[in-house]
Design a binder for this molecule. Structure first.
Ligand code: ZN
Length: 253
């Protein structure tokens, strides 16, 4: 099997799993996914396809080198955004269009340790991301298993226009995160929008997603009980560097 076949199949399996409607992570056309093929090429869900029923038809191979210039330059209008996306397709045939969030997928997959990206709109995450307490709710971590599966901190991105503007702003926030924590974020919350989970494997993306959804339900409960008590930073760092927690992380993926 070629690289495309193996990674494509892994991405389809991850997409269908994240899109299963009863899991309340994404319904209808919500969410999108991507996977790195090599230093330039990546697979991303095409616009208009559902995660739950995704197959090879719903994936497009895109060149990051064709998108990068737009991320570095001034924001462009909707028509130009679409034109750049169409030109970035490896096969310039047909009308299949990469998702408008392809820009941010391309950037995230260009970072070390990110091979798969899963973007969903879980109700528990958005109950907080759409609330007046959004900034506060994602300003700390609550319990050890959240740190094991979701990393030392949440990368929080205030609401901005989807497409290139969002990708540029998200890139700035993610690079600030990398400077501060010396690793890319495992979970990114986009205000009034949803969740992005990253990982080296589909399992890491799946686990970061479901553990973070649980952690958001816990956050919601804490607001009914007086507000969240975040773990102090020394405990967060201790969990993150404990050999037994590393071992546990390797076991669960
Ligand atoms: Zn979305």
């Amino acid at each position: 099997m070629s690289n495309f076949d193996t990674i494509g199949q892994q991405l389809i399996t991850l997409s269908r799993s994240l899109g299963e409607p009863s899991r309340d992570l994404a319904i209808l056309g919500e969410g999108n996914t991507s996977a790195k093929l090599d230093d330039d090429l990546f697979l991303v869900k095409a616009s208009g396809y559902n995660l739950a029923s995704l197959d090879e038809e719903g994936l497009i191979t895109v060149r990051y080198s064709k998108l990068k210039g737009a991320l570095d330059g001034e924001p462009v209008g909707d028509a130009r955004t679409r034109e750049i996306l169409l030109n970035a397709r490896e096969v310039q045939e047909g009308s299949k269009m990469p998702s408008v969030e392809t820009y941010l997928h391309g950037f995230l997959l260009s970072l070390p340790d990110i091979m798969f990206v899963g973007h969903t709109h879980p109700t528990a995450v958005n109950a907080l991301s759409c609330s007046v307490n959004a900034q506060n709710a994602f300003s700390g971590m609550l319990f050890p298993d959240e740190i094991v599966s979701c990393g030392v901190a949440v990368c929080y991105v205030e609401y901005t226009d989807p497409g290139i503007v969002l990708a540029q702003y998200l890139r700035r926030k993610v690079l600030e995160f990398v400077d501060r924590y010396d690793a890319p974020p495992r979970v990114i919350v986009m205000q009034n929008h949803g969740l992005i989970a990253t990982g080296k494997t589909p399992t890491e993306v799946e686990n970061a997603t479901i553990m973070f959804v649980k952690a958001c339900r816990v956050r919601l409960g804490t607001y009914a009980a007086g507000g969240p008590h975040f773990l102090p930073l020394e405990h967060v760092n201790r969990i993150h560097t404990r050999p037994d927690e590393h071992y546990r992380k390797r076991l669960i993926g």
